[in-house]
Design a protein. Sequence first.
Length: 177
Amino acid sequence: MKLTRLQKEILIWLLLFSVCAGMGVYYINHTPNDHPGMIRLHVVANSDSAEDQALKLKVRNEIVKFMEGQESLESARDYLNANLSNIEDIAEEVIAENGFDYPAYARLKVTFIPEKSYEDLTLPAGNYEALKVTLGRGDGQNWWCVIFPQLCLIGEENGSEKLVLKSKVKEMMKGSV
């Protein structure tokens, strides 16, 4: 069977599209880590409602507590990978305790995170290894910090936040900038 010129052009375009789509999928699944040596925490709220935003911070606090005591990047990574379902359970427990009923999803992967400043330290935009916890639909605002070595804003009882800044993070960022 002989192909017409139009059929050949369509096949070429389909082949080109397939190659581009394949490269895109490969890049998404093999994103390079621009900042090795740290793991970021990325919590995404269900929505932008005041209740969901407050809930996001409560979930963040429990995850930060869960991660305390990790001594090395490798142990933190192994701990996270072994406990992704436990992290989802922690988040869902906080959700239920606050009168909501939606799931939480946790995964550890390299993802793009925008620039973030903490007092005198600025973490540049780039691809970071991150624990991403999505609450419900995940349509709300995001919240980021460095979970290892720990550099997170932790909610206080009075609603203010305090900064826990580890000098190791400062040293790492000075060396990579």
